[in-house]
Design a protein around this ligand. Structure first.
Ligand code: PA5
Length: 454
């Protein structure tokens, strides 16, 4: 994986770029950032995931074999960090029409992620799966999340309709080792259960059972995922800013934030990576969007992530990115070698002035469009940077996950905020409990009804 930050700088894009002295100024924080990143390594337990899960991975693979041997479909029920990693892994490494190709070509069950409570969305799934032949992976770290628990209840009732009480094999749970309703259910009913390790927050959990069971069911090479992550870990723990891509990313993006650049667009040029941009959006937004700094003062930090897809969004958003305000930085993601090389053939009709395309490849077209867009935004003086993946495979995806996690953690240190809590999410969760009549939340319900005039 190659990372090019040049177009963040004034030397490349002119007056709206970052200057040498801006880097020097932010770099004054680096010794403390590095010290904290080292001191908090154990507390950031997600950093150890590529190294310490041999036993659990063996169990996950066994479970995945059981699932693929017995079921036609594998469905993840979860939301936020309990779903987005699986989605990014899936489309980042597998056939883009995976569920439509033959089972022989897939080599396993069909794969779905349900991460919303849109009634039509949930119901649509039951129109295309046979629940008897479906294994559901229910993931909630807290064990209480209202969306996931509701989905779980719907699934249980559907299973009971067709299987009576004999549905234990159709359910796998992943949750905290002791807290939450899901853990209590696991204890009482004995469903196969995996654990989210302590110190691994939802949005940092893709490399633990939260994402790994999906990976194993999808026959994604977990060793390669870990190898990519380890490679990045090695690079992203170096002290020297110029040798550490995560520190450089964090430093430049935090400098940009100080300059009022408060939007971070991730724009991969590959359909399969749009879900990576979704995953990044949660990581960056939920980790860095904070009212309070570490010292308790009000800081209102953060940068709004936007997902865009190249080339599709060249025909919807690029006009704004090129000519609009200087309030965003674009992270392009480029893929050097796609799995397919697709030639534009000679057409059986006269293509007139479009004939120059004949004999070229779609691969050259997408690469050219990325370079052309990068050129246009750079000429327009807009901050941008590029991550180049040699290929889309488990190793590169593992490296990308880990790089962005390390960059986010380092950005939290530069911003002097807690990148690992999410009080703003919790507030919404609590209000929903109240509105849905959960016991113990009566006072909150009264407060909400009073404010909303009900
Ligand atoms: O990153 C996070 O902590 C959150 O986005 C959670 O993943 C999300 O809220 C779902 O929580 P849970 O896994 O507890 O159901």
């Amino acid at each position: 994986m190659k990372i090019d930050f040049n177009n963040m700088l004034q030397t490349s894009i002119g007056e709206h770029g970052i200057r040498e002295q801006d880097i020097q100024k932010m770099a004054q924080k680096l010794p403390q950032v590095h010290k904290n990143m080292c001191a908090k390594k154990d507390a950031m337990a997600w950093r150890s995931l590529p190294y310490n899960q041999a036993e659990i991975v063996a169990d996950i693979k066994k479970e995945a074999d059981r699932i693929n041997a017995n079921f036609d479909n594998f469905v993840v029920l979860g939301i936020g960090g309990s779903a987005l990693g699986s989605k990014a892994l899936f489309t980042g490494t597998k056939h883009l029409k995976y569920n439509e190709i033959s089972r022989e070509k897939r080599g396993g069950a069909r794969f779905y992620v349900v991460d919303n409570v849109d009634p039509d969305g949930i119901n649509a799934l039951f129109d295309v799966i046979d629940v008897k032949k479906t294994c559901f992976h229910v993931i909630t770290k807290s064990g209480n999340t209202v969306e996931t628990m509701s989905q779980f209840m719907i699934v249980l009732s559907k299973l009971e309709e067709v299987l009576g009480e004999d549905f234990k094999d159709n359910i796998v749970l992943t949750t905290d080792k002791e807290k939450g309703i899901l853990k209590k259910i696991s204890n009482q009913y004995g469903f196969k259960t995996f654990t989210v390790p302590d110190g691994v927050g939802g949005r940092f959990s893709v490399l633990c059972p939260v994402g790994l069971l999906s990976a194993a069911v999808l026959n994604i090479d977990i060793d390669a995922l870990f190898a990519g992550a380890k490679e990045m870990d090695e690079a992203c723990t170096r002290e020297d800013l110029w040798e550490n891509p995560a520190y450089m990313y964090a430093l430049l993006y935090c400098t940009a934030m100080d300059m009022g650049v408060n939007i971070s667009v991730m724009m991969p040029y590959a359909d399969g990576l749009l879900n990576m941009a979704e995953w990044y959006a949660q990581l960056w937004a939920e980790s860095l969007g904070k009212r309070y700094g570490n010292d308790g003062s009000v800081v209102n930090k953060g940068q709004t992530p936007v997902r865009a897809l190249g080339v599709t969004d060249q025909h919807s958003q690029i006009q704004l990115y090129t000519e609009g305000p200087f309030d965003k930085v674009i992270s392009f993601i480029d893929v050097e070698k796609f799995n397919t090389e697709l030639k534009i053939p000679d057409a059986p009709i006269d293509m007139m002035d479009a004939a120059y395309l004949q004999g070229q490849t779609i691969n050259k077209l997408i690469a050219s469009e990325m370079r052309a867009t990068e050129y246009a935004v750079t000429q327009a003086g807009k901050m941008n940077m590029r991550i180049t993946l040699p290929e889309m495979n488990a190793r590169e995806i593992g490296a990308l996950f880990f790089f962005l996690e390390m960059a986010t953690a380092a950005a939290g240190e530069f911003l002097e905020i807690d990148a690992f809590d999410q009080p703003g999410v919790e507030a919404g969760k609590i209000a929903t409990f109240a509105l849905m009549g959960r016991e113990g939340y009566e006072e909150k319900a009264a407060e909400l009804n009073a404010v909303q005039g009900k």
